[in-house]
Design a protein. Structure first.
Length: 224
């Protein structure tokens, strides 16, 4: 893709981010006086803009790969649909929680959760830098090679570690205890995606079986 076109698409997406999250949070909350949401959206905007600027300069192909959203694997289509449904439900519940005052999350816990969301995004950035073939879809490219260094030396799917941190602590960062339920369900779905992804990698990526033997754990060292 032409770099100018890529830049235009990315800037458009970033520009739309506040509107999308604003509708998802402020509309069900029924108010703009929701400081937790403003802080959360601000954090995401800064992180997204930083990633875009860095990779546009150093490796724009990484950003182009991240724009792919159409899954080829049938099992993954069902997983993605389930995650999207629970994700939307989670944000609507966060807003409703705010509207009706169902949760009282201490400010210290909100800020700590913001910090863990940032940590999750930092893990995601580290994985992007380590593996330039990282895509949003489960597929193997012709020239793709196995990455065994950096975060991939610790677990086989470090990107999902970052996702786990961001998803699980988003409700608390937005001042909701009740929304932990749909976001936790999303995390239960995640292992299904990982198991299917490994079948694809074993089938299509040379040497992945040896990598699995060397790096034993998929997501959490010592557990799974």
């Amino acid at each position: 893709m032409d770099k100018k076109k890529l830049k235009k698409i990315l800037f458009t997406r970033i520009a739309l981010t506040p509107a999308v999250f604003g509708l998802a949070l402020f509309l069900p909350a029924g108010t703009l006086r929701y400081w937790e949401a403003w802080v959360y959206i601000g954090i995401l905007m800064i992180l997204m803009a930083g990633v875009m600027v860095y990779f546009l300069k150093h490796d724009p192909e990484v950003l182009e790969r991240r724009m792919k959203a159409k899954e080829k694997e049938q099992a993954q289509k069902a997983v993605v649909a389930s995650v999207v449904i629970m994700f939307i439900a989670g944000f609507v519940l966060i807003g409703l929680d705010r509207r009706f005052g169902l949760s009282t999350v201490p400010i210290a816990l909100v800020l700590a959760a913001d910090g863990l969301v940032i940590l999750g995004y930092a893990v995601f950035i580290a994985v992007l830098r380590a593996n330039r073939f990282l895509s949003r879809t489960v597929e193997v490219e012709t020239e793709q090679k196995i990455v065994t260094t950096g975060p991939y030396a610790v677990v086989r799917h470090p990107m999902y570690v970052g996702v786990l941190l961001m998803y699980l602590f988003t409700p608390l960062a937005l001042g909701s205890f009740w929304a932990l339920i749909p976001f936790a369900v999303t995390m239960v779905i995640l292992p299904v995606r990982i198991v299917n992804e490994e079948k694809v990698l074993l089938r299509d990526l040379a040497g992945y079986g040896d990598y699995m033997k060397k790096t034993r754990f998929r997501l959490i060292p010592g557990i799974w």
